[in-house]
Every structure is written in C-alpha cells, then in structure tokens.
Design a protein around this ligand. Structure first.
Ligand code: FES
Length: 156
C-alpha cells in the first residue's frame, strides 16, 4: 500500500532532473546561437569626425606657429599660406613643445625641426602634416584624418 510513495519521490526527482537537463540544453543552444549571430556582426569602431574648424585665417599672425591644445596641432602661417602640423610625437604619443625653430618632446627627448623632421631621439618618423582647407564660412578646416606631405599648403 505504501509502495507508491518511493515511486512518487523518484518520479519527482526524475522530473526535476529532466527539467534541469532541458533548461541547460536550451541555455547552451541559445548561447551558441547568440555567439554565432555576434560572429556575423563585424567589429567596427565608429570614430568621431577628425575634421575641425580652426578659426579665421586672420586669427593667426604671419610667421606664427600657434599651438591648439584641444586638438594637439600647430597651425603654421607664413604669409598667405597655412599648414597644420601634428603635435603628437611619433615615438609614444606625447605632446611635443615648440622649441626654438623646431619641436621638442618632453617624454624621451626627441627633437624635430620646423618641418617636423626628426633631428634626434627615439622618434621613428617625422611629425604628421594634416590637410587644411577653407570652409564655406571662411574658417580654416583641418582634417586630421587626411595626412599630407609637408609641401602642401592652403593658399588664401
Ligand atoms: S614620446 Fe616623444 S620621444 Fe618618446
């Protein structure tokens, strides 16, 4: 008469084992499917726009090399020509300072001439020059995403 009690317990245990087994299988299948779907989506970094307006040309004195600390660049004006030089050291990325006619990196001592060419130090290559153009509202428009050679000027 009392023989059905152990069967009920066994049956309940069996039910929970079966239920947990199915839950584990469903969880594993869902995780695998999510991983497969994620694999199909490329890892793309959407970087912010590298262009910025650097003010009016008349904001810069003739012959001046002006540091814009927010953008870590130098605006170089000679007469009616404008260029933009990166202030990011090509060694490990410190900000270079204006030193005499060139630039000096305070981190490991690289020295660059006024064209950004390495004169000494561990920097492996010259400083970068960036494209400068004139926006529709007559502001200097620097594009740090476009490197140019050191002989490219904006002439106004
Ligand atoms: S970061 Fe400029 S010399 Fe090392």
């Amino acid at each position: 008469m009392n023989d059905s009690a152990p069967d009920k317990v066994t049956s309940r245990r069996g039910f929970f084992q079966l239920a947990f087994g199915w839950l584990a299988a469903i969880f594993a299948a869902t995780a695998s499917a999510a991983g497969a779907v994620r694999f199909l989506v490329p890892n793309v970094l959407f970087e912010p726009d590298q262009r910025f307006k650097a003010g009016k040309p008349d904001d810069y004195l003739d012959g001046a090399v002006t540091f814009l600390d927010d953008e870590r660049v130098f605006i170089v004006r000679k007469g009616n020509t404008f260029r933009c030089l990166s202030a990011i050291c090509t060694h490990l990325g410190c900000t270079v300072n204006r030193a005499g006619q060139g630039f000096h990196c305070p981190c490991h001592g690289s020295v660059f001439d006024d064209q950004g060419v390495v004169k000494s130090g561990p920097a492996p290559r010259p400083l970068d020059w960036f494209s400068v153009s004139l926006s529709k509202d007559n502001r200097l428009l620097v594009d740090k995403g476009r490197r140019v050679t050191d002989d490219k000027y904006l002439v106004i």
